[in-house]
Design a protein around this ligand. Structure first.
Ligand SMILES: Nc1nc2c(ncn2[C@@H]2O[C@H](COP(=O)(O)OP(=O)(O)OP(=O)(O)O)[C@@H](O)[C@H]2O)c(=O)[nH]1
Ligand SMILES: [Mg+2]
Length: 207
């Protein structure tokens, strides 16, 4: 087995000892090698969604992850508990789409927190204000979002009607990895359904 050469793959799901990875031949199940687990100094050293990894094929449908290649960018948070370990939510992300509803979901402080997470990990943030179709004071909320946005792009869309979605889809060029960030009800699934079929490389939808 160990004579099998290592090949490069991308992690599309990571959950404890198990993962799913994409190789040039398609998607398959993956397990962590003993060496990888032994050498990991913390959970942040283990594969996360979006990681580029070196894997060793075990059979046609299974590989062992031997190595996690250095991350270009990442989205992390402090894990709950006393040790405050870093939890990597997604790795090698190009765009963090910070989705915020213009309804009762709107919260400029929350947008600021997501911006901080993106900047800390070297990810370009884009603020996406959703539900433009059902908001009476959209100009006021747009101004509030722009006030915290800094240099980041702010888009106004309706995932339901499609308004503004072409501009957003235009950011998702082939090879771009984007992550949707936003609270429950912000419209992540609705937006994803609308833009499915464009050049989106989804890594994770994170509440
Ligand atoms: N009016 C309006 N409603 C929207 C829009 N986008 C989403 N919604 C509605 O908002 C509700 C929540 O949308 P979801 O797409 O399920 O939200 P989500 O972010 O995926 O939520 P979780 O999966 O719980 O994290 C649904 O009832 C959608 O139909 C929009 O642009 N306009
Ligand atoms: Mg959803």
């Amino acid at each position: 087995m160990s004579s099998q050469p290592l090949i490069q793959a991308r992690v599309c799901f990571a959950g404890g000892q198990r993962a799913r990875v994409l190789t040039f031949d398609g998607e398959c199940d993956a397990y962590l090698s003993g060496t990888l687990e032994f050498l990991a100094e913390s959970a942040a050293d283990l594969p996360a969604t979006g990681d580029i990894v070196l894997v060793r094929p075990i059979d046609a449908a299974t590989v062992l992850i031997e190595q996690v290649l250095p991350r270009r960018t990442k989205l992390s948070r402090r894990a709950a508990g006393t040790r405050h370990e870093e939890q990597v939510l997604a790795a090698n992300v190009d765009l963090a789409l910070i989705l915020c509803g213009l309804d009762g979901d709107f919260n400029a402080r929350r947008i600021e927190r997501y911006l901080a997470v993106a900047h800390e990990g070297g990810v370009e943030p884009v603020i996406v204000l959703n539900k433009a179709d059902c908001c009476d004071d959209r100009e006021e909320r747009l101004a509030a979002a722009r006030a915290v946005a800094g240099d980041s792009l702010v888009l106004l869309i309706s995932a339901l009607s499609g308004e503004g979605c072409e501009a957003l889809a235009g950011l998702l060029a082939p090879g771009v990895t984007a992550v949707l960030l936003g609270s429950s009800g912000a419209g992540k699934s609705t937006l994803l359904n609308r833009i499915t079929g464009s050049a989106l490389h989804l890594t994770a939808a994170v509440s």
